[in-house]
Ligand binder design. Structure first.
Ligand code: UDP
Ligand code: UDP
Length: 276
């Protein structure tokens, strides 16, 4: 990729204006791990809101398609299960997750208003828990935490009872859905759920990681974080119909690939700096 003469990398904070020439915009800017987005919550909201305004301004000047990486967090602690795109969600606007949830919700509002007001070609996807190789070992989300703990022979930290559920999507499946949606007809603006509809309890995930790593780790319980959603599973009916898409990589296969990645990382002895 770095050898491609058309590839250029720029380090830039999206809360400031950006003047570049591009054909497509994928706005994925924002930390997504609760540990990291809660570290500087004011900056998290600014990243989603000011970032969306700047990227939409850029898209408007260039009149190009812009895709927003929104999130299953717009559904909050969902009272409807599984979650279809039509569900408006159950978000606590003043809790510790609000900087992320409400920031992403406001970004969706901005996208749809630029679409209605300025006829901008937008694409909004709602990403459900995604994992895979090249995650940061200190990312703080559950899949990388459990794998790193297992590989280091440390106890596996289950928050709460471990009965809460998530549906884990392997990164390659997610990227396939995301790029297909970017290229479908402009009439399809979303929001579109992308994720794996197979639902697991966090305890089941811990057991799978222990089995696949062969670790001797024991399970320890830690307090459940405030407003931690009890269940989450995407209804991906729309993505199936529109994109002829569904995840191909099951949890066991995806975990195996991710475990090998972290094993290589650990054996390479690379000094691991914190994720931020
Ligand atoms: N913007 C940007 N790059 C561009 C065009 C605009 O970063 O190529 C920023 C600009 O600084 C502005 C924001 O996007 O604050 C919104 O732009 P828009 O044209 O919608 O609003 P206006 O400039 O009229 O306030
Ligand atoms: N979790 C856990 N142990 C950890 C990290 C997370 O039990 O070390 C739980 C967390 O409480 C939540 C689920 O795993 O119920 C997924 O958490 P994550 O931070 O990955 O993402 P979320 O879906 O909550 O944004």
């Amino acid at each position: 990729m770095y050898g491609n003469p058309y590839f250029e990398v720029i380090r830039h904070d999206v809360t400031f204006p950006l003047y570049v020439e591009v054909d497509r915009i994928y706005n994925l800017a924002c930390p997504a791990s609760p540990v990291h987005y809660q570290h500087d919550p004011v900056q998290t909201t600014k990243t989603s809101v000011h970032g969306a305004i700047n990227m939409l301004g850029l898209a408007k000047r260039l009149n190009v398609r812009i895709l927003q990486a929104s999130t299953s967090e717009v559904y909050g602690d969902p009272a409807v299960h599984p979650q279809p795109e039509s569900y408006w969600g159950n978000v606590n606007p003043i809790g510790p997750r609000a900087c992320y949830d409400e920031g992403k919700r406001c970004a969706e509002t901005l996208f749809f208003d630029y679409h209605r007001q300025h006829r901008l070609p937008i694409k909004v996807i709602r990403i459900f828990n995604t994992y895979g190789p090249r995650m940061h070992p200190e990312d703080g989300r559950v899949v990388s935490n459990f794998i790193m703990q297992a590989l280091r022979g440390e106890p596996i930290t289950l928050f709460g009872s471990g009965e809460q559920t998530r549906s884990f999507c392997y990164v390659d499946d997610l990227i396939e859905g995301m790029t297909r949606f970017m290229e479908v007809d402009e009439r399809h603006v979303g929001p579109l759920n992308l994720g794996n509809p197979r639902e697991f309890t966090i305890l089941e995930l811990a057991e799978a990681v222990i089995r696949l790593t062969g670790a001797k780790s024991r399970l320890v319980h830690r307090p459940l974080p405030t407003d931690d959603p009890k269940q989450r599973r995407p209804d991906i009916g729309q993505a199936r119909t529109l994109l002829d898409w569904q995840p191909a990589i099951e949890l066991e296969e995806g975990l195996t690939r991710t475990i090998s990645y972290f094993e290589r990382l650990l054996s390479s002895g690379v000094q691991m700096s914190p994720a931020r």
